[in-house]
Write a protein that binds this ligand. Structure first.
Ligand SMILES: [Zn+2]
Length: 67
């Protein structure tokens, strides 16, 4: 299956977008310390943009590996 690689705009993690992922789909950054929701805005070339999270989603999130 063909995979297009994009970079997370936040952390530069490389992400593989499978063929069936189309414009408008949401993907989540593969970097567990990032986990940013991304919306596919273009294919060939593939592009993604950061989806603003609702405040309630991330307010209690604390990465355990920091501090
Ligand atoms: Zn990321």
């Amino acid at each position: 299956m063909r995979v297009e690689v994009v970079k997370c705009p936040f952390c530069k993690q490389k992400l593989g977008l499978l063929e069936y992922v189309v414009v408008g789909n949401l993907v989540v950054c593969a970097n567990v310390k990032c986990g940013t929701s991304l919306r596919v805005t273009s294919r060939r070339p593939a592009r993604v943009e950061v989806v603003p999270e609702p405040d309630t989603y991330s307010v209690d999130y604390r990465p355990e590996s920091y501090g």
